[in-house]
Design a protein around this ligand. Sequence first.
Ligand SMILES: NC(=O)c1ccc[n+]([C@@H]2O[C@H](COP(=O)([O-])OP(=O)(O)OC[C@H]3O[C@@H](n4cnc5c(N)ncnc54)[C@H](O)[C@@H]3O)[C@@H](O)[C@H]2O)c1
Ligand SMILES: [Zn+2]
Ligand SMILES: [Zn+2]
Length: 382
Amino acid sequence: MKAMVYRGPYKVRVEEKPMPKIEHPNDAIVRVSLAAICGSDLHLYHGLMTDLRIGHTFGHEFIGVVEEVGSSVRNLKRGDKVMVPFNIYCGSCFFCARGLYSNCHNVNANATAVGGIYGYSHTAGGYDGAQAEYVRVPFADVGPSVIPDWLADEDALMLTDAYSTGYFGAQLGDIVQGDTVVVFGAGPVGLAAAQSSWLMGAGRVLVVDHLDYRLEKARTMAHAETLNFVEYDDIVVELKKQTDYIGADVAIDAVGAEADGNLLQHITGSKLKLQGGSPIALNWAIDSVRKGGTVSVMGAYGPIFSAVKFGDAVNKGLTLRMNQAPVKRQWPRLFEHIQNGYIKPSDMITHRIPLEHIAEGYHMFSSKLDDCIKTVVVPNAA
Ligand SMILES: NC(=O)c1ccc[n+]([C@@H]2O[C@H](COP(=O)([O-])OP(=O)(O)OC[C@H]3O[C@@H](n4cnc5c(N)ncnc54)[C@H](O)[C@@H]3O)[C@@H](O)[C@H]2O)c1
Ligand SMILES: [Zn+2]
Ligand SMILES: [Zn+2]
């Protein structure tokens, strides 16, 4: 089969790989109909993830058709059209029993922190991802859901990560009626977080980025006020100014380890890898939220320390909340919001490419060319 393959930083290509096989009775093999490229894949593409091996196939957002099931699979059958959460999880360990699907203890030999994620290096379990014609889906009775008839394929695809993650980011903000929410990052996760904040009762939503075309999307899709941080000497001071010098009630970091906006942090975090990522957006979130406010972190960071302003967070009495999103938990409510016409997750999709063009797709997304926000990959176009 054809699959996207990592060949080193900034080098990906399509190669022939052996077809995935059923390795456990509860596995399924899924023929991928749509996959997407996530902002998290960029951290891999840029070579920032620990234990990322040559030959690994990325791709953790996908929908497809069940090709084969193992002997113990009861919930799926060949031919079912499924949406698959980006998390791989057993559904029954101590952590899964508490809804911490992204922290499952049974799917990753390094499971002291993250559980299993498709196509996200051996740090996240070493599972091959779905930017490929076929993918092995472990615990097939647990993660995947059959796509309901009324749900469009591209909306289902966005619920397997980006949209559900943004929604989870807003949930972790514990937004109460009338709250002012500031979202850092106008990528897919930030757009979804901004839109979801309204659904949770926000009175004001502000989105910060430095890419005007993405801020434009934040205005049209998420009806947010927007700020381009390069237009201000100090974005934190500006946010204070715009919130009666009190600060936002909730700040959401939808940027993560490769944040721009401070050269020193960017070089030590993203280039020299002396930190587990540049915490600029996170520090801006800590600084711009009000005393006693909540910072929700959806941005991804590496396992080593980052120079986070922790003392300020302590002295301000902040609540810091974060995790890889356990996306299937968000689906029932998001299904309702889609059916009620409140949201259309696929609105963020800007590009659709065949798998054969994956190298160009990564380059475009990484360099933010052609007003790219979200790219869908079609592996079985023929
Ligand atoms: N927690 C999870 O479960 C989860 C799931 C999906 C993605 N993520 C992470 O969320 C983050 C965002 O993902 P995405 O797909 O939206 O990525 P993306 O790369 O499309 O978007 C990131 C945006 O942040 C902007 N940005 C850079 N520096 C900034 C700064 N200092 N302040 C404000 N904006 C800044 C960029 O211009 C870009 O528009 C990534 O770190 C990704 O790894 C986490
Ligand atoms: Zn992702
Ligand atoms: Zn588990």
